[in-house]
Design a protein around this ligand. Structure first.
Ligand code: GLN
Length: 279
């Protein structure tokens, strides 16, 4: 059987030409051996068992076929929180941390602060906010039962079970509730976008990626319903496509939002737009 270093070298060759052969080979082996990077570096000569080697070959074959590493290993880090992921949900993206950063500027850590994350998926945004605002009441919704279960699992695993995850469409589970902050990373890709046939998104659920009206249908739904769920002075913050700033700002203004602003992601693309409902 190959050693740790031999197995990784083999995997790197298999993955050559991919986006990140070295990191993928390492991360998948760490997952398989349930160890950290230090272990791999400390025991390069240690041989894999027969079973480990055949499992490693299977997992690398999945990656060669394009399956995202996050789905292969079943987890992804977001806001320094390790989240379980599954093909039921979008894989959390680093750019979505910009939405969390902006959200944290808009609310206080108080017992009467109410926040909701619509279409929560893994629970990433809700859990990141709850981890920073332990006194606040954080709610989340998702249409898919498997996503709701996953977000609840993540909340429990991270000891953030104050986050309440409900099944339903957008605001549906929160009739009569009023929030200080509404956040969402809804689907916003045009179903005709050619990028949908490349890379990781091929394996992600289209329900989490695409929306009608060139990607704007769900954003429009959220913006038009948000005013009746926001307290006076409350904020709505949305992630959107790099070319949707004007459209999203226009929707916010048309629905009575003030102080409308857009923030760029780490790649310098317009990514998060928000506004507030005045007193
Ligand atoms: N930003 C993601 C992408 O372009 C899409 C996320 C989403 O649709 N909410 O792959």
């Amino acid at each position: 059987m190959p050693s740790i270093v031999e197995a990784q070298n083999w995997a790197k060759q298999q993955l050559a030409g991919g986006e990140s052969p070295k990191v993928d080979a390492k991360v998948i082996l760490q997952h398989l051996l349930q160890c950290n990077q230090t272990y791999l570096l400390t025991w390069p000569e240690k041989t894999l068992s027969n079973e480990q080697w055949s499992r490693y070959q299977e997992l690398i074959a999945k990656r060669v076929a394009g399956e995202p590493v996050a789905y292969i290993v079943g987890e992804r880090e977001f806001w320094s929180l390790s989240l379980k992921v599954s093909p039921a949900t979008l894989i959390p993206r680093p750019d979505t941390e910009v939405l969390v950063e902006q959200a944290l500027k808009k609310v206080l850590n108080q017992a009467d602060t109410h926040i909701v994350d619509l279409g929560t998926g893994t629970g990433a945004i809700a859990l990141a906010l709850a981890s920073e605002l332990p006194k606040a009441k954080v709610f989340a919704s998702d249409l898919r039962e498997d996503a709701v279960n996953l977000a609840q699992d993540n909340a429990q695993k991270l000891d953030l079970s104050q986050v309440q995850v409900k099944q339903g469409s957008w605001f549906e589970p929160f009739a009569e509730q009023q929030f200080d902050l509404v956040v969402s990373n809804p689907p916003y890709i045009d179903p005709e976008d050619p990028h949908l046939s490349q890379g990781d998104v091929r394996f992600e659920p289209s329900s989490a990626l695409t929306a009608e009206q060139h990607g704007l249908a769900d954003i429009e739904h959220i913006v038009s319903h948000a005013p009746s769920y926001l307290k006076a002075g409350g904020w709505l913050l949305l992630e959107h496509g790099f070319d949707q700033k004007e459209a999203v700002q226009g929707l916010l203004i048309a629905n009575g939002f003030a102080e409308v602003f857009t923030e760029q992601d780490y790649g310098g693309m317009d990514r998060v737009t928000g506004g507030c409902i005045k007193e």
